[in-house]
Design a protein around this ligand. Sequence first.
Ligand SMILES: Cc1cc2nc3c(=O)[nH]c(=O)nc-3n(C[C@H](O)[C@H](O)[C@H](O)COP(=O)(O)O)c2cc1C
Length: 209
Amino acid sequence: MGAVGPSSKSLEDYGYMLESAILFVTDMKLGTCWLGGSFTRSSFARKISATVEGLVPAVASVGYILKKEQSGVTIRQLVGGHNRKPWENLFFREKFGVPLSPDDAGPFAGLLEMVRIAPSASNKQPWRIIKDRDSWHFYMQRTRGYGKSFTFRLLNIADLQRVDMGIAMCHFEFTARELGLKGRWEIKEPKIEKPNALCEYTISWIGEV
Ligand SMILES: Cc1cc2nc3c(=O)[nH]c(=O)nc-3n(C[C@H](O)[C@H](O)[C@H](O)COP(=O)(O)O)c2cc1C
């Protein structure tokens, strides 16, 4: 766990960083769970001596995986944790509304699949990606009432969908590295019409040949 300040992409950075650690320990056959709402923020903040501006957006528990019969009903089951949105709802060609198929994605299909199966707060899967030639533009489709709502502010819960975007970036970039696909991140919003007011541009991956 860690804490972040109020800078513009701090929550995305946090998601990227903590998911990197999670993938590392997953590789060691350990189990993990992201916790964004259901933990006592103040006691974790004390443990790492977070400053007043430092928010602990989420933490991750790490441990040995329970055998199936030992575990009861979890939040994961309640939010349909195993379900994922299909490709056509997430990935598009040049503009929103034109689905990108795995064939269209070519060697990048594996990267998108790793984003698709990534974990997200309440399993909302806010990531949307548009392919435009060598660029992959990442957008966040906010869930209404999530993140900036009164309840979230009252409970001092971070804007967790921005953390989800960092997790998506981590899965995309790590898979690119694994497959030897070169590229870099750039924040430069393209002139693409967004489908609604809850959709926000995050970042683009520029592929390098
Ligand atoms: C930022 C973030 C916050 C989360 N917060 C919680 C939480 O507070 N409690 C919980 O049980 N699961 C939490 N989760 C886990 C999600 O519910 C889980 O990743 C999602 O349902 C998909 O499940 P799966 O990755 O196990 O397939 C969180 C996940 C993320 C990415």
